[in-house]
Design a protein around this ligand. Sequence first.
Ligand code: FAD
Length: 409
Amino acid sequence: MTTAQSPLEPGPRPTAPHDRARPLAPGSVKPARELCSDCGLCDSRWVAYVRQACAFLHQDFEGLEVGAHGRSRDLDNDDELYFGVHQRMLTARLQAPIEGSQWTGIVSRIGVRALETGLVDAVLCVGQSPDDRFTPVPLLARTPEQVLAARVNKPTLSPNLEVLEQLPGSGIRRLLAIGVGCQIQALRAVQSTLPLDKLYVLGLPCVDNVSRAGLQTFLESASRSPATVVHYEFMQDFRIHFRHSDGHEETLPFFALDTPTLKDVFAPSCLSCFDYTNAGADLVVGYMGASFGRQWITVRNALGQELLDLVEAELETGPVISRGDRRAAVQQGIEAYDKALKLPLWLAQVVGWIVQRFGPQGLEYGRFSIDSHFTRNALWVRRHHPAMEGRHIPAFARRIISRYRLPAS
Ligand SMILES: Cc1cc2nc3c(=O)[nH]c(=O)nc-3n(C[C@H](O)[C@H](O)[C@H](O)COP(=O)(O)OP(=O)(O)OC[C@H]3O[C@@H](n4cnc5c(N)ncnc54)[C@H](O)[C@@H]3O)c2cc1C
């Protein structure tokens, strides 16, 4: 005899596309092909949504921003045009910096406090392989120690979203996800289908990422001792700072980079990305809108403020500043990059010295970097993927790019 189900009892949950999906087999060609940023979505059952979720197959910044923040950015407000929806921007450093972090460790400290206070059950972050400090190993950290062990950038494409596969049955209902723009775009697109009660998103600005092999080429072309580099950053003084395993620091002016070699080193995903400032995150912690040595914090919404509240009393904070005029330098840079010019070191040092003293600072430095990368990337998309230019370059980026003269395609 079969028993009829009472209309008051919940029936089985209707199956969703990801219930029936399997991660792509290792080594498979990813749907975004050459443009894949290896965000990890395809390595989870949420690959079922890849056509709508992948940042390189489908971009919808307006939908992303409205979904995450309740509104899209105001294109007529120059700060929002550049830095996205926000309630607040400030600069900061941890009063007690975390040894071995990328800057002062604000991101790791937020992750630690989120676990200690019970705000979340786990933090999605990126550890390192035991064999190679620059090979990323995404994880769902359950303890402050695991979050701290994941501090410092692994400056390579990282499949963060592969760990979504571990969520079902894990007991994790409240998650803090740390990630770069392409990872966060995909995460937001599948957020409503995840087995979570609450999601907080702590974003990092990101540009010019590379595969592990590409990183090696970069280090070999830019550092005197590539094997001993443990940390590097393109900093606001227009120099790359390399920290070596014995603690010494090496610096190189941006203008001394071997552009002919490096033009092909950045991942195609990064050469076609316009989400430098991580539009979909609740809170973004970077550096490029702050003066040298400080971090730059953008609070996009109330959840972002909740994250910042976890550590604000431990920060030495200050206002954002903006000085100088980036525009002529950006225009000259577009032409120099396109011709793949490499300056002799002495000239690069002189140009670097001048720009460091008289060049853009604070938010204007942030705009310099955004303008330089958006113009370069628009040209790259136009030349390599002309059919996707119209749908892929968002309105805010078009407005920024239109301020410059681009070389013929
Ligand atoms: C690839 C990359 C490029 C960046 N480019 C810029 C930039 O151009 N301008 C700018 O202002 N800021 C950029 N940032 C952010 C900046 O370098 C710092 O990460 C940020 O300011 C936080 O510093 P912190 O000391 O608070 O971080 P820490 O406390 O050291 O924590 C770093 C966090 O980064 C996470 N992480 C490490 N590697 C990756 C990865 N590959 N993908 C995703 N998450 C990762 C770790 O989980 C860790 O939680 C970039 C970050 C990355 C990972």
